[in-house]
Design a protein around this ligand. Structure first.
Ligand SMILES: O=C1O[C@H](COP(=O)(O)O)[C@@H](O)[C@H](O)[C@H]1O
Length: 235
């Protein structure tokens, strides 16, 4: 594997409230810069348990949300009414209040399996979301990011920067539900890449991943070991 450096800027906060204050204001500033420059902006968000309070905070900030496209970094292949759907999480918590004016582009396609949908998802993202302005990644305690899980059989394809697909279907061995995820190339194409993690355990996983060159064992390392600046927010 080619040796590449890491460029991360770790911002450590005393508590979650301070993190949320700063992260939400940094995100809206980035979105507003894009809106000023080109009249629109895209924001791609992760699911799971960490971002819910961030979504609620963002939804209450008054910016021209009608010029913002909100989309997903990954989703579980579930009806968007299912309690574990990332789409539902975003719709119930982010696309509320001022942010209800934003346009949403999701990954799930009714009547199709995830494995039949890589290309459709990629085309939808290319046509409706791309270029990616701000992407907010999360990370699981096992170091997965988006739906790129350790040792998954699709990782080689997901990491292949020559793979032009923006989306890849994944069957996790260690987590429930089939998934659709952005590929590494799609994630790294984003103008601003943010990693949002909370808790001491995740900080340890992050620090170990920074020093790890084994991107198949610790998928977050594939994002960190790149010459892209990753802004990391931790509390
Ligand atoms: O399954 C997922 O997990 C990760 C991490 O979630 P968290 O609950 O530990 O915050 C998340 O980033 C990803 O979007 C989600 O689908």
């Amino acid at each position: 594997m080619e040796e590449v450096g890491t460029m991360t800027n770790l911002k450590k906060f005393k508590n979650k409230e301070e993190l949320l204050e700063e992260l939400s204001s940094d995100i809206v500033e980035l979105l507003q810069d894009e809106i000023e420059e080109k009249g629109k902006a895209s924001l791609l968000v992760s699911g799971g348990s960490t971002p819910k309070p961030l979504f609620q905070k963002l939804s209450n900030i008054d910016i021209p949300w009608e010029k913002v496209i909100i989309s997903l970094v990954d989703d579980r292949w579930l009806e968007p009414t299912h309690k574990d759907s990332n789409e539902l999480l975003v719709k119930e918590n982010l696309m509320q209040n001022f942010a209800s004016k934003a346009k949403f582009v999701g990954m799930f396609i009714e009547g199709k399996t995830a494995y039949e949908s890589d290309e459709d998802c990629s085309l939808t993202y290319e046509d409706n979301v791309f270029p990616f302005d701000v992407i907010i990644l999360g990370m699981g305690g096992d170091s997965h990011t988006a739906s790129l899980f350790p040792e998954n059989e699709k990782l080689k394809e997901a990491y292949d920067l020559k793979n032009e697909n923006l989306c890849i279907s994944i069957k996790p061995d260690t987590a429930p539900y089939d998934r659709m995820s952005l590929t590494l190339g799609a994630i790294l194409s984003a103008k601003n890449i943010i990693l949002h993690i909370e808790g001491e355990e995740k900080l340890k996983v992050y620090e170990e991943a920074l020093n790890s060159k084994d991107i198949f064992k610790t998928p977050i390392s594939a994002v960190l070991n790149n010459e892209r600046l990753i802004e990391v927010y931790h509390a």
